[in-house]
Design a protein around this ligand. Sequence first.
Ligand code: ACM
Length: 634
Amino acid sequence: MKKSILTLVLIVCTASSFAGSMEQGISIIPEPVSIVKNEGHYLLPDVVTIASPSGPEMTFLHSLLLEKLSLAPGKKVEFKVNASNADIELLLNESADTTIGAEGYRLNVTPQKITIRANMPAGLLYGVQTLFQLMPPQIESDKREESVLWQLPAVEVVDYPRVGWRGLMLDVSRHFFTVDEVKQYIDNMVKYKYNIFHWHLTDDEGWRIEIKSLPKLTGVGAWRAEQTGWFGSFSQPEPDAPKSYGGYYTQEEIKDVVRYAMERNIQVMPEIDVPGHSSAALAAYPELSCFPGSGDHFVRTGATFLDWNTGGRPEAIYENTLCPANEEVYLFMEKVMGEVAELFPFEYIHTGGDEAPYTFWKKSPAVKQLMEREKINDMAGVQSYFGKRVEQIILAKGKKMMGWDEILEGGITPTTALMSWRGIDYGIEASLSGHQVVMSPTNYVYIDYMQGDLSTEPRVYSSLRLRQTYSFDPVPAGADEEYILGGQANLWTEQIYNIRQAEYMTWPRGFAVSESLWSPAEKKDWNRFVSKTEDHFVRFNFAQTKYSPAIYDPIVTVSKEGDDYFLTLTPEIEGLDIYTSFDSSTPDDFYPRYSEAQPIPRDAELVRIITYRDNKPIGRLMSIMVEDLKKRAR
Ligand code: ACM
């Protein structure tokens, strides 16, 4: 009997919380753990009084509330100590609320007032993000929005994250982003409750962090010849081409970004990618290579220097690895890690370890001697030797080491953490042997991959549609979840030349990843997510943040039967009508509506495709040469 009453109560509670989250106009990303819609609305008064704890940890949140409520809504904001009659009350619990943990919050909006309770300031920050998402989208505007009714629905939200590590990685080596652009990127991370900014600071195409004891790293390593086009297939630059492209962050700028991020509950993890991906370091200090006199060391531009057609680890055409058999390399790492450890309060330093070619190590007499001395059998063992020595340096600075999953190959110490990028299996394996793991697999969260058709995107060698990203599970079956710290999406910037394109590539896939990392798995719902995504596009329009509209464009596939080719168009979301032309004219909704695979007329030169919704064009006009389409036929 008791059990059936409990079941009934659970059904009623679940139903009302489900109904609440489905209400038109409530579009919170990431989806909260629980949201119940109540009767009525709260209307922001002309003068909004806010009662809040004080202290340095609250300074940013106060300035955010002040800025947001005064800018678009044009409200006067007053902070008060006396909570009893405030419009918005922020409360830090005196005794811990164990349900919500360190980052969770309880948000209660009634027609009379708004209350946010949390155990820690981070929870209040996230409660405020949800509060903004309950407000009209014009809250994202940077100018006064006169005609808006500034009210929000009465709700009760209980919310806390699924995983602790909710990361985005930005590669600032392949293309450089200024401090202001990095902050702009971080600003959007906060809105979606990300808490780790993985800063990929060094690579073959530029060293971006000032190391005072090694000034050539930035004096030489931060600058390269400028080339534009399809990164990875540029012509080889002339040796005397001016080194006009680049930039780096001074240590003061690094501290500024770290402070900026921490105010927003974001920890910054630096990555110094070694022993591969080190052309920029070698351009500055060629003596760190196994072949210092080769003259081949310069900051790479995106012209070919590795051979990727090996079926596995790349082979180097030009050497880009530090020499593991050279003691100077460890002195170098000691200096670099010493300064890095001082600059970043976060517990982990990422030391890369991915894609290190063994080509030149195999030719090196010094590496051969090292292998004999240390009784190492193979090159993975050599990389493992290098990794373990670097870890000793890092541990001595009071930090922990994390690396890409290749470092598993030659063996790692129990204290090394792993970032699983070549799928999830390395992460599962590492978790089962007791290593801390962050899941960051290419097939779900590599947001440098094209999210739309090749005809609308800069060319990248792989694709990743929003729907696939949304199915990311940071804690996959088979892993030991105790060791899964969380997950992360990675934005490599070979083909990303500016911050607008960085935003375009990140969003909306960044919405999908945030919901995968924050929301309970059972709360995820693709159709609901799509509808929320469209609401957030409106917010981004007001915020002037760029995003990809690729969900409105169909997935284009081509098949061949005998000599005939057929075009298949699969919409990624529901409710779209697709129109095509094979005669080079621009289709509209008076053209025949696509319903099944279409034969491509033998003499057609160009296919054009457009999607409509409710009789209005919504997708981008896609124009694809038939010759190119035929190459796609499976
Ligand atoms: C990687 O994508 N090379 C870690």
